[in-house]
Write a protein that binds this ligand. Sequence first.
Ligand code: MRU
Length: 360
Amino acid sequence: MQMLELSHAPLSEASYSAVEFEPETGEVVMLDQRLLPTRVVYNRYKKPDEVAVAIRDLVVRGAPAIGISAAYALVLQAWIEKGDQRAFLLANGVAARILGAARPTAVNLGWAIARMSKQAASVAGFSPPERFEAMLREAEAIHREDVQACKAMGRLGAEHVPQDATIVTHCNAGALATGGYGTALGVIRAATEAGKKIKVLADETRPYLQGARLTAWELYQDNIDVEVITDNMAAYFFQKGEIDFCVVGSDRIAANGDVANKIGTYNLAVLAKEHHVPFTVAAPFSTVDLSTPNGAMIPIEQRPRDEVAKIGTTVLVADGIGCRHPAFDVTPARLVTAIYTERGMIQPCKGETPAMLRPQ
Ligand code: MRU
């Protein structure tokens, strides 16, 4: 495994990181998740638009990790731009627009860019080195807060996980998708740390296989019992009574508690309802979008045909035949038993909404 080489301890607090910043050389360092699980390779980026391409091409993915990556990209911009206040703000604005367009569904991206742009506005009059330091401090705060949020929601969710549970999860909502520790996998990690005996069924997650390639890899590193199932097997295991609990992450939670997450999440929620199994979501409050009233208003990213038509270079669907690839779906609030956040828990199926957790 290629080691992560940094001049400081990784903010992920783990032996691998989705994304870090190297202040000695002015580089965003990303684990190339397209190559996992067979190769562990870190890419280094020196320009914000390179980071935008890396986000679009899924080198880094997962809503919180995308937001942190964009924050570090704006630190890169502050490293590069040595002009006056006006030039700095202009360059920040251009980079922010390019980064913001990289992926539409994960609201953490826009949230992190807005927070960094606010910081840019307040430090624009500083000298270039001071501006860089201040932008780096803000991006690192976003990164550290995300790790702490994951641990807090993990502890909260773990209290609700049965003692001896088989848990199904979808996509990857782990350390690789966040600043570190993970949201849904944070709940699983915290339950394990609390001494509960956990077995995980990881949905393979067609078409990009985040469950098979990433979730299984992460849990295996932590010695957590995991087996991979193809997405169409979940119903079989529910019917057999083998699943006790579902936990997934989210890319955007609307004001009414509707939850957007990786395509196929809604299938699990419907199955969970039919089989009376709790369907839960773990997400930081930066994933909550109070300005989007309901799930129908969440923009759903449509990804390229070839991600469905091929696996690697193997062609599955003959040329000329269309494929559809909505990357996310929306689970209605009524199917969501609980959402765990760093601020507490809500129960959308009982009509509770995220605004309840807004500081007064
Ligand atoms: O397309 P991806 O891999 O970025 O989708 C990721 C997911 O759907 C995750 O479940 C979500 O971002 C939550 S990550 C903590």
